[in-house]
Ligand binder design. Structure first.
Ligand SMILES: Cc1cc2nc3c(=O)[nH]c(=O)nc-3n(C[C@H](O)[C@H](O)[C@H](O)COP(=O)(O)OP(=O)(O)OC[C@H]3O[C@@H](n4cnc5c(N)ncnc54)[C@H](O)[C@@H]3O)c2cc1C
Length: 454
């Protein structure tokens, strides 16, 4: 992956720092700075921590449910996220349910990794899988072995569709295995998605040790999962977390001695001064907040080329007895037939307070975007009725995040966390990584940005 030159330096570690934005990147940065003995202030524009992975209270059929802005799934390959949980003293099994890799459809198709060391866990999945014939299994084995041999490097980057065709993947394997996995991970239509980024995800999940391919299903809402624990951690180390604190402008040390001055919208009196800043809010606002700066020109150029992709989460409420076998399942995705959802999760499986609530996920752009949210809900309800034999839901709600992630296109260039401006680092799922925009990318970026300042 290309990235712009990494040339920033700082002479001494900061005593105070501000982190702008309490998404998972900002939270990770704040925890790392706190651990490094820095007095950190985490500043969040909204009244809830977590950004694009946060708690969302919703009323469905007159009942109040605590859900999320979007259904999320974590992977065993999220090593920095796991390390952060450990740092926060959060036992992973208390916040997520860990399951061996599993791809199962309501019609009986199934690929399920065994609890065995790699690569036996995958071999077992291929041997015991249902719905694949000999040529499908042979194609998958050939692809994974070729990737391993090339050290997960596909050569010149190209679209995932093109690459899978070149690699002789059968229509069944593409439709049932690679497409749902690539859409879930890259959130980009396969015709436009980077095969190299997909290969990196496969390297660290299916290609690594058995536990790396685990699927981690959140037990709690997404703010409770990590950001709330970060708040406790930061405050316990003398730092502070400020909600409803929208940063409007940051003046650099060149303007005022050797410190940064952070200004707030609607609160000009309460500007704060700090030795260092991690900017972990949206890339689109960086230039407005920091202003024109020669040091950041190269960063702005990279950001101007970003494209985004949407994710819709459709919540459907049924009678409490309605369940999805094993907690979640893949769905056959066929947008031309208005079969928009790719996965459905049973929110009551791990939290009895949400019994009867299902969350269906529609990753990346598609024809559903031309429909009203009500029509999308209706299409998903029909899809679930047909596939899972469910009655009509008693209530539905679609949440569309139209800029959910960066489009993971070939040759995607992202700026490094360290900037040429001493004392100023950037973090977020839009910064340098060989991964797509995910929670793990956000967490890694936050920790790297903080370490660059320390
Ligand atoms: C619907 C949906 C489903 C997803 N599913 C998955 C999944 O299953 N698995 C996975 O790994 N990833 C998933 N992702 C991606 C993942 O959520 C993101 O990659 C991650 O949350 C990005 O975190 P971040 O900290 O980089 O950015 P953000 O979460 O966007 O954080 C930025 C924060 O900055 C705050 N902010 C903005 N402006 C200001 C300002 N001026 N002053 C102060 N604060 C400000 C914002 O309010 C926000 O809290 C999903 C994303 C969405 C939207």
């Amino acid at each position: 992956m290309d990235c712009v030159a990494d040339v920033g330096t700082r002479l001494s570690a900061p005593r105070t720092a501000a982190v702008v934005g309490a998404g998972w990147a900002g939270c990770a940065a704040a925890a790392e700075l706190g651990a490094g003995g820095v007095s950190v202030t985490l500043l969040e524009a909204s009244d809830v921590l977590g950004g694009r992975a946060r708690r969302l209270p919703l009323e469905l059929a007159g009942d109040r449910h605590v859900l999320d802005n979007g259904q999320h799934l974590l992977l065993g390959a999220y090593t920095e996220t796991a390390a952060l949980f450990e740092q926060l003293n959060v036992a992973i099994d208390t916040v997520v349910e860990r399951r061996p890799f599993e791809l199962r459809y309501p019609d009986g198709f199934r690929l399920q990794a065994a609890r065995l060391p790699a690569p036996l866990h995958l071999a077992a999945a291929l041997i015991t899988g249902r719905g694949l014939d000999f040529s499908d299994r042979a194609a998958m084995i050939a692809l994974l072995s070729a990737l391993r041999k090339s050290r997960w490097n596909i050569g010149s980057d190209r679209s995932t569709t093109e690459w899978l065709l070149e690699r002789g993947q059968t229509p069944q394997v593409v439709r049932r295995v690679w497409r749902p996995l690539a859409l879930a991970a890259l959130n980009t239509p396969l015709d436009r998605a980077s095969a190299q980024i997909f290969a990196s995800v496969l390297r660290d999940s299916l290609g690594a040790k058995g536990s790396a391919s685990e699927m981690w299903v959140p037990r709690a809402d997404l703010s409770a999962l990590l950001p709330d624990a970060v708040e406790r951690y930061v405050v316990a180390r003398g730092g502070a977390v400020r909600r409803d604190a929208r940063v409007d402008r940051i003046d650099g040390p060149n303007n005022r001695g050797d410190r940064f001055r952070v200004h707030f919208r609607n609160d000009p009196e309460r500007a704060i001064e700090v030795d260092a800043v991690v900017y972990a809010a949206a890339p689109t606002h960086l230039e407005h907040i920091v202003g024109r700066s020669e040091a950041l020109d190269a960063t702005y150029e990279v950001l101007a080329r970003f494209e985004h992709e949407p994710i819709y989460t459709v919540y459907l409420k049924y009678a409490p007895s309605v369940r999805v076998a094993r907690g979640f399942t893949a769905l056959l995705h066929d947008p031309a037939k208005r079969r928009y959802a790719q996965w459905v999760f049973d929110r009551g499986a791990l939290d009895p307070a949400n019994q009867g609530v299902l969350a269906a996920v529609i990753s990346s752009s598609g024809p559903h975007e031309a429909e009203s949210l009500e029509d999308v809900c209706q299409a998903v309800a029909q899809q679930l009725t047909a596939d899972l034999n469910l009655p009509a839901p008693v209530d539905t709600r679609a949440i569309a995040d139209r800029r959910a992630t960066l489009a993971a296109v070939p040759h995607l260039q992202r700026p490094p966390n360290r900037t040429p401006w001493p004392g100023f680092a950037i973090a977020g799922d839009w910064t340098a990584s060989d991964y797509p925009s995910t929670l793990e990318t956000a967490v890694r970026s936050g920790r790297t940005a903080a370490r660059a300042l320390l």
